[in-house]
Design a protein around this ligand. Sequence first.
Ligand code: PEP
Ligand code: MG
Length: 586
Amino acid sequence: MSSKRCEGIGVSPGVVSGRAVVVERGVGDVPERLLEPNDIEAEVTRFDQAIDAVRSELGSVERRAGREVGEELARIFDAQKLILDDRSFVETIRSRIRDDRRNAEAAVRDVANGLQARFARIDDSYLRDRGADIETLATHLLRILLGQEALRLDHLEESVVVVAHDLSPAETATLDREHVLGFVTDAGGRTSHTAIMARSMEIPAVVGTHDATLHVQTGDRVILDGAEGVMIVNPSAEIEAEYEQKRSAYEDRESVLAAMREELAETPDGLRITLQANLESVRELEGAHRHGATGIGLYRSEFLYLRADGELPDEEAHFEEYRAILQEMGPAQVTIRTMDLGGEKSLPTALRAAGDNSLLGLRGIRRSLHDADIFAVQLRGLIRASAYGNLRIVLPFVTELAEVLEARKCIDAVAADLRQSGVAFDEDIPIGAMLEVPAASLIVEQLSDHVDFFSVGTNDLIQYLLAVDRTNDAVADLYEPLHPGVLRVLNAIATTAREREIPLCLCGEVAADPLTAMVMIGLGYEDLSMAPGSIPVIKNLVRHLPGGDARRIAREALALRTAAEVEEFALAELMAHLPDDFSVAG
Ligand code: PEP
Ligand code: MG
């Protein structure tokens, strides 16, 4: 059997090997029958039993997900439960069985197809995308009716490498960590939230292979290298031996890095770099401690909102979550971002009416200001929690100064209210703005008078500067963090923030890759925040890279004309400063 090499984007390091499980989305052909009148009621009962079975399976998946990744993420499955409880969906299928004498499978298929066609015609992109929830549910129902075993990625019997066309952030969050050795997808980019979750969960992963699912079958033996970004299907003995060596070198590297936990992130010429953790869930705090994060540079609070449709986290839910993080981190700085639902992160029903949450839509601070009451609930939770630690609040997706001023008014109003009620809180919570919209990055000077710090969100900033969708594998090659245009904007931000003496944190994925982190440090980014597992490899970089060299590298990079030139130059510099094994992203 000849081996096949599939290349993609290595987004979460580690070398693993095992049997592949290919995630099939469809259920194949659906049988159609005209029912005999006497069989109709039995068919309706069979359908009702399938509904009960789906409801109970969803409940147990949700409970398991709750244990693995927290309740907020687990509520993602509620969209499907809501459809199950919707009389128009279930009753329409029942009447298809009774009136048209269709078998249950055919009735489910007909009704789901009809609904999806109607959703596909809707203008609102959020609602249009809900057609996918109907398809997921219909597939689940059909599997049960057809007696097919569903592939349960959240509860696997043996250790496998998952190969899928795509995994949503929610599916990634609920992967069975004990048995999923790693995953490979056709779709996705380095900064998609699926990739971000893989790094947070420390599961080796390769995304953006375009067609890996075409080259592998369930049961094939595969090797996955999450740093190199390759999957090898049916490897020869020689290749197995080669990757076995890589695996053991990777493990050696990890133990060398782990031993640096207590070391300072200081360059050989004495420049101190702050290395903080990005979190999506309070559960990831353990990794942040284990890898030596000195604070939380970005807590993505929108994951709290991925709750039951029609419900929103109340003040207590916000307060409890934030207090837990602040208490756990003690005196260390914790930066919590107000919610930024957008792009591939779905939106609860209660927030939908006002518009979509697409990449250029009503997201981040725009939505918070639009729904001031909902914003106030989050702010009350945040401000109350400030009494328990060292909190900073950062506003996402800021585009202009007026948004910061208005958000500050909301914060002041909530603080005044709490003060009047005698609630204790920190009177000087630093308020910052994310710089991730190109226009905001061009008015740093104007924003400086009204914020206490900036957080540079390069994932989005690069996406919008280059007009390249960060989740789309077809344009993943065009997502170039070292594009001269990106470097100029990042240089201008750092220069102005330095002149204005405004603290600056960089929390996009460029902070986690030694190649780009080296250039960022040279540009003046000395506070970096990343997935916890990436901290050791960046600390190692810092300890080998004199600050003076970094500044020279950034200066020379700024003089180059193309992304390819910058990359080639930066790679040579990185190699000159670091031994081979330590130059890949952690
Ligand atoms: C960013 O855009 O760089 C960022 C840190 O936020 P997110 O990845 O959640 O969009
Ligand atoms: Mg962002």
